[in-house]
Design a protein around this ligand. Structure first.
Ligand SMILES: [Fe+2]
Length: 171
């Protein structure tokens, strides 16, 4: 049985995931404004991923006979100093999302809600990849510095990223 408290937190996560999508949309717009199409593509894929995450929580709540409540989204902070700042903020945001997933996992564990623990495991693993991805690009940008040709190569590399819909092992 999922408690009222756990349903509330799962519901909040639907909003947090949509907010992530909204924040990355602002980052996509910033990269597009710099004519960095590859970086813009990286965020375009990220936007789709976050929407998919939101829908996974949405579907899970429904499957468990809970009520999904759709809330409003905050305006994302889009005052980026430079490209490095974008990835620093993205990395910090992903660390926050990880803390949210851990909180959900802690509640599910306290309640011995094994189905939810199993559902959340996918997100625990996903967060390792998300943090790694943002941190890795942030570090590359530090190495690149003012080297325009290196920046161009990274932009070309990020242009290759495609959205792959996540697959849950459950159901
Ligand atoms: Fe996410």
């Amino acid at each position: 049985m999922i408690s009222k408290k756990l349903f509330e937190e799962l519901n909040k996560q639907v909003t947090y995931e949509y907010f992530s999508s909204h924040l990355y949309l602002a980052m996509e717009a910033y990269c597009a404004s710099l004519n960095l199409d590859g970086f813009a593509n990286f965020f375009k894929v990220q936007v789709e991923e976050e929407r998919a995450h939101a829908k996974m929580f949405f579907d899970y709540i429904n499957r468990m006979n809970g009520d999904v409540i759709i809330e409003g989204l905050d305006k994302p902070d889009a005052n980026f100093k430079n490209l490095h700042d974008v990835f620093k903020k993205g990395y910090e945001h992903e660390q926050f999302v990880t803390s949210r997933i851990y909180l959900l996992m802690d509640i599910a564990s306290e309640e011995r809600e094994h189905a939810t623990i199993s559902f959340l495991k996918w997100f625990v693993d996903e967060q390792v990849e998300e943090e790694e991805s943002f941190f890795g690009i942030m570090k590359k940008l530090e190495m690149i510095g003012e080297n325009v040709s290196a920046l161009y190569s990274l932009d070309q590399e990020l242009a290759q990223r495609v959205f792959v819909p996540p697959v849950l092992t459950q159901g």
